[in-house]
Ligand binder design. Sequence first.
Ligand code: GLC
Ligand code: CA
Length: 546
Amino acid sequence: MERKYYQENVVYQIYPRSFYDSNGDGIGDIQGIISKLDYLKDLGVGIIWLSPIYKSPLDDMGYDVASYYEIHPDYGTMDDMEELIEEAKKRNIRILMDLVINHTSDEHEWFIQSKDPSSKYHDYYYWKKGRNKNKKPPNNWDSMFSGSAWEYDQDNNLWYLHLYSKKQVDLNYHNENVIMEVEKILKFWLDKGIYGFRCDVINQIYKTSLKNGRKKLFMTGQEHYLNQDGNHLILKRFNRDVFQKYDAMTVGETFGVSPQEAIKFMDDELTMCFSFEHLNLDKRSIPVFKKKYHPSSLKNVLIKWQKEVNWNTCFFENHDQHRSIERYGDSKHYYLESAKMLATIILTLRGTPFIYQGEEIGMLDNHYDNLNDIQDVSAHRVYQTIRRLLPLLKEKKVLELVDVNNRDHSRTPMCWDASSHGGFSTVKAWIKESPDYQKINVQSNLDNPNSILNYYKNLIQIRKNHLSISYGTIEFLSSNKNVLCFYRKLENHPAIFVIINLSKKRIKNPYYEQGEVLATNYDVSSIDKLDYLAPYMALVIKTNHQ
Ligand code: GLC
Ligand code: CA
């Protein structure tokens, strides 16, 4: 059996702006991360994914890069970054950088130069004449953040393409120089000693044509840029020229892929992909509308991906998503139980687990009833669109719709203790702070043996100590529609049995397995007499057989 670091280790995503502020300006920074490395080590983390810390005007909080070779002064300097890589290495923690290469900031030097049609940078982006004598955008594509995907530029009387905000300009991957520039960036960071990259919206980088898209309510144009053949060819090149040589780990943010498409992205391209199918179960196809979540749908989606894709990413949260306990559990009646149930899912399925900062202490969504408190650029775009389409709708209602997609919920500062500002900073944070910080914080979790944090810690160790969880096969047992139940089996190792009640119903226990209870979110004295699975109950059992 070939052992792989990413198969045995857990990834922890840090949103640097909100992790820990070391110098009292209300903004998280690299020295703040360094000072918390021992916390991460103690949790059992082996890999950190850092959301962007590059130079940026922060229109989309760093997902708009102005220089790939410079650190944003809010976060520190390149020396700080090198120190972080070094200090992490000492603790056997590796680092993934966020690679944002579908677009650059409009403040990137390339884009500024590109406005001049005679510049060699002009063709780094999509500069086009508009339709209708240049009055209408060149095509009908939508921006992901709503509205047109094109912006008119007065300086040169042309339009440029931006699939996200108008300050995030799409790069043109038909241009060989762009590909070479990206390879240079990859090598620069790998040479600094990082482990690899989380690749932002990586299945959209290649636009096969700029023709009009089939009219859709959301993402018109996608058939011209999602999962294109040209996209695969570019990733194969990055892999052959760079990733492979460094034995780098890469994880693609591949929005909207099917298992078959994900497999293609893992064929000499990326190490693994994020699927979002399980995160769309409570949303309608126009994502401002919610839909009722059914635990059985989560079960079906998880099983489908586990069966079809050999190596998955296992996660519920990131900086774009709402916190998970309220979505898949019950934060009022079964707060601890459902949080631990979710931890059990991501830490025992087959794949690399990803934990988003604060998830391990059970942080909840922040709520926003005032537009001025919202920082997220996409939420503001959605607000403007709803206002334009439905001018008479009450403000409260508009904010409710915006709220479904507002990404600030999980971007609130990490809560470290019960002191003011949750121990994140000595001053007010850059974004609305969590009102729950006195109860939900790292210190209170550390102090309580029964806490969510201690459950994560314990389960991460169990995962490390039982190789069948990282390398074993997964075999699902059919059972009640709300019960997820499987074996993890590896030759010469005891089989691990996992049973999870995804719902808040009490359910008759469908399987009696014997063995040692390694982890559970209830006080279970004997599994022999376990006739019922309590709400959100999860059990991890080391069996007496292989
Ligand atoms: C990804 C990021 C998101 C960002 C977008 C554009 O989806 O996770 O935060 O807004 O890409 O870069
Ligand atoms: Ca700071």
